[in-house]
Write a protein that binds this ligand. Structure first.
Ligand code: ATP
Ligand code: MN
Length: 455
């Protein structure tokens, strides 16, 4: 049982073939009926042509009448060269069976629906060109993530989804709770303490990097972000490599290679899907992605970035100022006007970054790196980690953290400490970047955000 993708890639004209899929459109004419079938394995539909010139059996006419948009069908025929423009191959159809009717109630009758309308239809939207393409790009790049790390000796570690430690204090956390019965039948909290959904697998990944040298995690991540932006979700997927003996430079090089590898894979494996996004969603997309693959990312320390922004202060609502996080208008300026491409900003003020980042000799900045890309801003956040026990303890105490709760984490610095670095890439931000889709809710099958958890 072949998928459409195979038949269309190397069609054997004259060979018998069975198409199984869903009707996209039907054009019923006097002497011919065209049924466009798609099975989701690729962007293209297969045009199934029923020739009526010599008349069609009544059973077939009856099935054709039911073969409306959305119906599931099995069509048998032979592959033939297509005279129509824009397709190499069609199916000279002999029989058709409608195995799942759709009817007039099928919500996706029109050829083009707004993304907003489709957002209310997450269970059906994968049957559209746009969401089918997003799903294929996602799948292709998920495999590419594993291929990239496997080639470089990174081992895949599964860090927990439920955790008792707040990795960065960065994102607000979702609490996880359930009651169990104690010895006297009284209700007790399941974990005996507060537990949460993870905001990052980093701390746990670090423990494995200090044993296996190079590891990565790739899993769901949760942040109770009370923000309604086009680039934040409450549930998203994050890829977090962590490598022992990597300093910030190595980390930056890894991040740059990683992004280029992923974009290169998309260009290679998802050509038709990207062509669609280029035409319908974001003109120039393919050229931009190709240019990034062969570019050199711009590197700029935070202090220099703020100085550069300061020269253009008049253009910003938030005046750039040392010690404050870059606003998205600043990120846009840096990527779209200063670098005209991806930028890695490094050495941020310690005060705006997480406790585990390695302090620079200036005592004010840390070895952080954010990768910013045009139109999205931050896509990666990472750093070299503080490997010195005393310095790390001091920093944690100054932030009012309970060092006892993190004694397992401090053990990494107590026993066999070594320089190590890592970063987090938001998978959905990557998919936004690669597809040109504007809203992050349109690049994950079932988006979770404030007020949205179903279906
Ligand atoms: P931002 O400043 O964009 O909110 P962050 O600095 O809080 O992000 P990090 O903690 O550095 O994010 O997380 C690493 C990466 O995870 C980010 O660079 C981004 O790609 C992704 N990410 C973070 N928060 C979200 C979110 N709520 N939804 C989707 N992706 C996210
Ligand atoms: Mn960040």
């Amino acid at each position: 049982m072949d998928l459409l993708k195979e038949a269309l890639a190397n069609p054997v004209f004259g060979a018998a073939w069975t198409a199984r899929g869903w009707v996209r459109t039907k054009r019923d004419m006097k002497s011919v009926v065209f049924v466009e079938v798609n099975d989701g394995s690729c962007m293209a539909n297969l045009q199934c042509t029923f020739n009526r010139e010599a008349g069609l059996p009544t059973e077939i006419e009856a099935e054709l009448a039911k073969a409306v948009t959305g119906a599931a069908v099995v069509v048998e025929g032979t592959l033939a060269e297509s005279p129509a423009a824009g397709q190499v191959c069609e199916l000279a159809a002999k029989t058709i069976r409608v195995i799942g009717e759709a009817g007039a109630g099928y919500p996706l009758q029109k050829k083009r629906h707004s993304l907003e309308f489709l957002r209310e239809m997450s269970h059906l939207r994968a049957r559209t060109n746009t969401f089918g393409a997003v799903a294929r790009v996602r799948s292709s790049l998920a495999f590419a993530v594993h291929a990239f790390f496997k080639e470089r000796g990174f081992q895949y570690v599964h860090t927990p989804v439920i955790t008792a430690s707040d990795a960065e204090g960065a994102g607000a956390m979702f609490r996880v709770s359930a009651d169990i019965a104690g010895p006297d039948g009284e209700k007790r909290p399941f974990f005996g303490r507060n537990a949460y959904l993870t905001v990052s697998g980093q701390l746990e990944a670090e423990t494995y990097a200090m044993a296996l040298s190079r590891v990565y995690t790739f899993g769901p991540t949760f942040r109770a972000e009370n923000s309604n932006t086009a680039r934040h979700l409450a549930e998203f997927w994050m890829i977090e490599p962590e490598a022992a003996f990597f300093e910030l430079r190595d980390n930056m090089a890894l991040a740059e290679d990683f992004i280029k590898f992923l974009l290169g894979t998309a260009l290679e494996e998802c050509g038709d899907d990207l062509a669609f996004f280029d035409k319908r969603i974001r003109p120039g997309l393919i050229d931009t992605l190709s240019a990034v693959v062969s570019s050199k990312f711009t590197h700029i320390p935070y202090t220099d970035a703020v100085a550069e922004l300061g020269k253009n202060a008049g253009r910003f609502v938030f005046k750039p100022s040392w010690g404050f996080d870059l606003q998205s208008e600043h990120e846009t300026f840096l990527t779209e006007e200063v670098a005209r491409g991806p930028v890695i900003v490094t050495d941020y003020p310690a005060s705006i970054k997480a406790f585990y980042m390695k302090m620079n000799d200036d005592g004010k900045t840390v070895r952080a790196m954010d990768v910013l890309v045009p139109r999205l801003g931050e896509i990666i956040g990472g750093s070299e980690r503080e490997a010195d026990l005393e310095k790390l303890e001091k920093r944690m105490k100054s932030l009012g953290m309970d060092t006892n709760a993190y004694s397992w984490y401090l053990d990494l610095r107590r026993y066999g400490s070594a320089p190590h670095s890592g970063f987090g890439l938001g998978f959905e931000r990557l998919i936004q970047y690669v597809t040109g889709m504007v809203n992050i809710r349109d690049v994950i099958p079932y988006p979770r955000a404030v007020g949205q958890a179903a279906p």
